[in-house]
Design a protein around this ligand. Structure first.
Ligand code: NAP
Length: 255
């Protein structure tokens, strides 16, 4: 049986590990050719190897999403290799958590640049091909932190910004048959949540247990929980879904 993303070409940013790696593998399992993009090309190799071993097609692309020239070159490289660009998942992200009074300008700028400027540059570069094709799917990675989270003034602001960015792109690009949506994960077990536990001085087990107590579905999320929703949003089964933010948080109330 052909996968539902057969012959589609996807770029997943921040795909060396965590949610991005799970998403790249899932899109490849659905038949897409996947550019695994991350800061360092060598770091992408594990994801690329896993996709190839499963019989899929993948390409490692080193690119800093904050840099317009690198982003343009990365998208060009993908189109030169596979002839089109159908799917962009803006997933690359970092945290620089601190309470406001301790937050440096650098903590603020870094987070804005990776999440917001990165999504802007990647989307602007990718839409050119998508508009020409009259076909495209963009998924931005927001977070439940967009609703407010102690110690994350920078990150919460960037993730809320991505929701406005998503709705605006859905309006501007809709006439070209391009769907733009966002996923907003809650507590997903990755290196990022491990770093968050470290910052508040808790063991990861303690941190996870405390989170699970507040999650009605009584478990932490896995990268695959997010990847599955992204795979739906970029498929033609979701072709009338655009401008939406899907929370993937086990029904955890925020705040
Ligand atoms: P992760 O494990 O830390 O992976 C993030 C990836 O992004 C890393 O491979 C990182 O590369 C890459 N990256 C960072 N800056 C980059 C840049 N300038 N250009 C290209 N790639 C860059 O994080 P994750 O938990 O999978 O998170 C993925 C996305 O989901 C992020 O946007 C995050 O904010 C969001 N999210 C996560 C959670 C959660 O609970 N984990 C919840 C809500 C939202 P390096 O390793 O080289 O730094």
């Amino acid at each position: 049986m052909l996968g539902r993303l057969q012959d589609r070409v996807a770029v997943v940013t921040g795909a060396a590990r965590g949610i991005g790696a799970a998403t790249a593998k899932r899109l490849a399992a659905d038949g897409a050719k996947v550019a695994v993009l991350d800061l360092r090309k060598e770091a992408c190799q594990d994801t690329v190897n896993a996709i190839s071993a499963a019989g899929g097609h993948a390409l490692a692309v080193g690119c800093d999403v904050r840099d317009a020239q690198q982003v343009e070159a990365a998208m060009q490289q993908v189109v030169a290799r596979w002839g089109r660009l159908d799917i962009l998942v803006n997933n690359a992200g970092i945290i620089r958590d601190n309470l406001l009074f301790r937050m440096s300008e650098d903590d603020w700028d870094m987070v804005m640049n990776v999440h917001l400027k990165g999504a802007f540059l990647c989307s602007r570069a990718a839409q050119r091909y998508m508009v020409e094709q009259r076909y495209g799917k963009i998924v931005n990675t927001s977070s439940t932190s967009a609703l407010g989270n102690r110690g994350q003034a920078n990150y919460a602001t960037a993730k809320a910004g991505l929701q406005g960015f998503t709705r605006t792109l859905a309006i501007e690009l809709g006439p070209f048959n391009i769907n733009v949506n966002a996923v907003a994960p809650g507590f997903i077990v990755t290196d990022m949540t491990r770093a968050a536990a470290e910052r508040v001085g808790m063991s990861f087990e303690e941190f996870e247990r405390a989170a699970i107590e507040r999650i009605p579905l009584r478990r932490a999320g896995k990268p695959e929980d997010v990847a599955n929703v992204v795979a739906f949003l970029v498929s033609d089964e979701a072709s009338y879904v655009s401008g939406q933010v899907i929370y993937i948080n086990g029904a955890r109330p925020q705040g």
